[in-house]
Design a protein around this ligand. Sequence first.
Ligand code: G3P
Ligand code: MG
Length: 248
Amino acid sequence: MPLKLPKIIGHRGCAAYAPENTLEGIHMAADMGVEWVEFDVKLTKDEVPILFHDSTLDRTTSGTGNVADRTYKEIMELDCGSWFGESFIGIQIPTLEQAIDVLIERGLGLNLEIKPCPGREKETAEIALDLLSTIWDDHDRLLISSLQPVSLEVACDMAADWHRGLLLPEEWPENWAELVDYLQVSTVNVNANNVTRDQIESIIDKEKQILAYTVNNPDQARLLQSWGVDGFFSDCPDVLEEGIFSVH
Ligand code: G3P
Ligand code: MG
């Protein structure tokens, strides 16, 4: 069955309006009518899957240093909202399990991006997917993606029938087309800022759906859509919705 994707996926929850990768952001996305969200998962030192983007704590928390060096207990002591705004002071980094509970409660679909700390590509996918398999059964509204082929290989082995997405960085790996075939992905997720029309056409030739990140400008979305991009990750889904999909 082809994956039925929404046109707009809330990026890291809805990162323009709430701290990224937080329960507050997921709730806010749901409140604005978003159907799916994307968030990033990585492991604490003691292998608890948490929602977090960077390898280090410095940018978005009250802590410093590598995420991979901190235990779950240490991570829970950090504030991940103050950097973003006063109304988010004191909020905590969520576990994957907490986030899935919110998705289920709010009826949201999920693009889970496996974003391992360096060297933890295999175990991050194994632990996250193992947890998902016990609490999430709506596989028609789930996409597992990663920049790391090793993580997607784990997804192939552990959950062959779940949809996968190959994330491509600005600089595409030379073997991207082989990866698309080998990993049997449903989508190719491209960086919107530098992708070319020819590149989009090369994905269309492979008959894969195309998602572009991160698109907050309706003009950019319209252009990419005219090239054949199917959907967008956006920090401000409401702006994109209003700008390109609403009938005036
Ligand atoms: O999954 C799309 C997008 O989130 C990839 O980039 O760095 O925002 O995780 P990043
Ligand atoms: Mg991401």
